[in-house]
Write a protein that binds this ligand. Structure first.
Ligand code: ADP
Length: 626
């Protein structure tokens, strides 16, 4: 129950620590999010200010190219656009592969080519037809059309070289045919086709390549359809053109869209404006008025250079979340870009590690919790140890009381019986009466010894025992004790063999001891040797002198003592398991007394024993100083 209580307390402590840590973490997270929120709001406010400035700046974009001071108000690398009645202007110059503004086509002089047409188409008189066209080449309005027809007729009349030359002179013309196609473009592609037909493939592909370059340069104001047609024609003219560059196509498409917007605005009489993110992440800002439309197209990395975070936020990273994309975690803060009139959201994340103060706080918390846990477990362990020791002592004491009662009861019963018999004169035989007296003497002595032992032990325990130390010959005392004991031992069928030898050269075995205590110690060892030798009926007592000490060993070949009990048996009330199991009577104070006596005399008691082999208890006592 105690252990359960301690475990519950420890678990509660761990749970409390975990909860505290969690709370601390969420507090830290909340603080970090608040800080991120402030940084995000500041950055967005600054961004929408910059975009507002640009929008205002665009209103001043009336003259082209824009003045350096006006350009300086915008981001570096931006493209300026102006669509007005004057056409489309781009700064810095970028090619328009196609244009939404149709070219100005001068109408043909009516009937100018009727004669030539009749000679060429109806009468097939090619020479005369060319002659009829020659004068028309001298007039600027009819010259390009006349040259085109001459070249066509020359080709028909197998004058290919002449046709090639005529087309060549036409390539420098700037006029457009009635369908809006530049004569120069018509001539250039016709030349390529003719060269291909003549088998002059190399020349054809060089010219086709030049044509491709001019298409990409945006040399001619073509419609989207015309550009696509001419581009696809390049393959037929002998070069693999591939796809036109996406960037240029996108830009030309954007310009076309802006033109359409302006047209709509003009027709509706409104002046719309706007900001848009382009697929390549660049930003388009535009303003339209009745006079024209001004626009600004940034580089794709415009947000990186424009979005400025507060100086103390080097740990903060951001990314753009396009509309429709999900994002945002516990660690991030997202802000809509609506304030800057832009689609999408910005996500801000701090990569700052846990602040020093927070980690200190956590360390402190963990340290305190660990200490408390240690205290709980430690005190639990101490209480557990104390209680179990108390319980053990209580158990030992109750065993002791039971054992002592037992020790007293059997001799007392015998004494009472014999005394009764003697008192009632029921033992008539003299020899048996004598035997009874001897028995009475023997049992009274045993009881006396037991009482003395108990009293002495009580005195030793309370420190009241008075020893009278006097010099004695150790071996003489041992011999006397053995002699006293022998009678008792022999009655039980035991013999005691004593071998007490003072080695040659050694001084006499004189020790300073309390005689009675010393004899009690030896007697106890002898009692045990007999008590715990159920089979072997001999007990040996050896004595010698070594290292200024007298060694007295009492040896038996009895049941022996287990290794785990060798220390414990010297404590009061402790009895060996084997002894208890074998039902051998005892109080558990004999060896405790021997230890107390030997220590009081400045010596010690040792045991060597093996279960089933026997035991040797040795008293080691210092020799008396001369
Ligand atoms: P008691 O003999 O009254 O039990 P002791 O203090 O004299 O108490 O001895 C303690 C225990 O030591 C005994 O119970 C016994 O198990 C063990 N013991 C003592 N002497 C011997 C011995 N000579 N042989 C085997 N065991 C012994």
């Amino acid at each position: 129950m105690l252990l359960g209580g301690v475990a519950c307390l420890a678990l509660w402590q761990v749970w409390l620590t975990v909860r505290l840590l969690e709370q601390d973490q969420s507090l830290e997270l909340q603080r970090s999010r608040e800080r991120l929120g402030e940084i995000a709001d500041l950055a967005l406010a600054q961004l929408s200010r910059s975009l507002g400035d640009w929008q205002i700046g665009l209103h001043e974009l009336n003259a082209f190219p824009p003045s350096p001071s006006l350009r300086a108000r915008f981001l570096k690398g931006a493209t300026f656009l102006r669509i007005s009645q004057d056409g489309i202007q781009v700064f810095p110059q970028r090619p328009l592969l196609f244009t939404p503004v149709p070219p100005v086509v001068h109408p043909q002089t009516p009937g100018a080519f009727d004669v030539a047409d009749k000679l060429e188409l109806r009468e097939q008189q090619y020479d005369r037809a060319i002659a009829a066209l020659q004068p028309l080449t001298l007039r600027p309005q009819t010259r390009p059309e006349a040259l085109l027809r001459i070249a066509r007729i020359q080709n028909k009349s197998s004058l290919q070289e002449g046709a090639l030359n005529t087309y060549k002179s036409l390539t420098s013309e700037t006029a457009f045919d009635p369908s809006g196609t530049p004569y120069a473009l018509l001539a250039a592609s016709a030349r390529c086709r003719l060269l291909m037909n003549l088998g002059r493939r190399q020349e054809a592909s060089i010219e086709a390549d030049a044509l491709r370059t001019r298409l990409l340069d945006g040399r001619w104001p073509l419609s989207r359809e015309a550009f696509d047609y001419r581009w696809s024609e390049l393959d037929r003219l002998g070069i693999a053109a591939g796809s036109p560059p996406k960037q240029a196509i996108d830009f030309s498409t954007l310009v076309a869209q802006l033109y359409n917007r302006w047209q709509i605005a003009q027709s509706s009489g409104t002046s719309p404006s706007g900001r848009e993110s382009q697929p390549d992440s660049s930003l388009l800002i535009w303003n339209s008025t009745s006079n024209g439309l001004s626009a600004l197209l940034t580089l794709p990395d415009w947000l990186d250079t424009t979005l400025k975070l507060a100086p103390n936020s080097t740990d903060v990273h951001w990314k753009l979340l396009l509309p429709g994309t999900s994002g945002g975690t516990d660690l991030t803060v997202t802000r809509s870009m609506a304030e800057a009139q832009l689609p999408g959201r910005l996500e801000f994340l701090s990569i700052r590690p846990i602040s020093g103060a927070a980690s200190n706080r956590r360390m402190l918390l963990l340290g305190g919790a660990a200490l408390m846990l240690l205290v709980i477990l430690g005190s639990g362990y101490v209480v557990y140890r104390a209680i179990s020791r108390e319980l053990r002592v209580a158990q030992l004491q109750s065993d002791f009381v039971a054992a002592v009662s037992h020790e007293f009861r059997s001799p007392l019963t015998t004494l009472r019986t014999i005394t009764e018999l003697l008192a009632q004169n029921r033992i008539s035989d003299e020899s048996r009466r004598r035997q009874s007296y001897v028995f009475l003497d023997h049992e009274t002595n045993r009881l006396h010894r037991l009482v003395e032992d108990l009293l002495d032990f009580g005195r030793m325990e309370s420190g009241r025992k008075q020893y009278r130390f006097e010099p004695h010959d150790a071996f003489d005392l041992v011999r006397a004790t053995v002699n006293d004991f022998t009678e008792h031992a022999e009655a039980q069928g035991f013999s005691v063999e004593a071998d007490l030898v003072t080695p040659e050269g050694a001084s006499a075995s004189t020790i300073r001891v309390d005689e009675e205590a010393f004899r009690r110690a030896v007697r106890n060892l002898l009692d045990n040797a007999v008590k715990y030798s159920p089979v072997c009926r001999t007990v040996w007592v050896d004595g010698t002198i070594c290292d200024h000490r007298v060694l007295i060993s009492v040896r038996d070949q009895g049941m022996g003592i287990g290794t785990e009990e060798k220390q414990a048996i010297f404590q009061k009330f402790v009895r060996g398991q084997a002894a208890k199991k074998a039902g051998i009577k005892g109080t558990g104070i004999g060896l405790a007394m021997v230890r107390q006596i030997s220590e009081a005399m400045g010596g010690e008691i040792r045991v060597q024993s093996e279960v089933g082999v026997g035991s040797t208890f040795t008293l080691l006592l210092p020799l008396a100083e001369d």
